[in-house]
Design a protein. Structure first.
Length: 125
């Protein structure tokens, strides 16, 4: 079981996506690692393209079959930003995978990425 709780549903490019991930696994299947990935994907009329913004891996202690992780991932400054058009879209998801013996446990939560707003004091920023 994986439960993902995003602190905010939207983040700026160059900002941090923060989440709390609660997880548990069967006692018969010891988790080897937990992989967390912020990924974007295009959709629409053309070919699908995917990219990884950032990722982290955690190795749970031996004989641990559940817990909670705080996650903080930097969203790249170059984006891409979320977009929903008639011909193409760009969507971001936070994926969590428990790598364990047998079938892995996988879950995701969608979030939006918007362009960083420029500072009126520093227009070149």
């Amino acid at each position: 079981m994986i439960d993902i709780d995003l602190e905010e549903p939207e983040v700026a490019t160059g900002g941090f996506l923060s989440a709390r991930v609660r997880w548990s696994s069967d006692k018969e299947r010891q988790p080897r690692r937990i992989v967390i990935v912020a990924e974007w994907e295009t959709g629409g009329a053309g070919d699908r393209v995917r990219g990884v913004g950032r990722s982290k891996q955690f190795v749970p202690p031996a004989n641990r079959h559940g817990g909670e992780l705080r996650v903080r991932l930097l969203i790249p400054h170059e984006g891409p930003v979320s977009f929903e058009g008639q011909a193409v879209s760009i969507a971001w998801k936070l994926w969590v995978r428990i790598d364990q013996w047998g079938v892995d446990e996988v879950s995701h939560a969608e979030f939006r990425v918007h362009a960083r707003r420029r500072s009126p004091c520093h227009p070149e920023a």
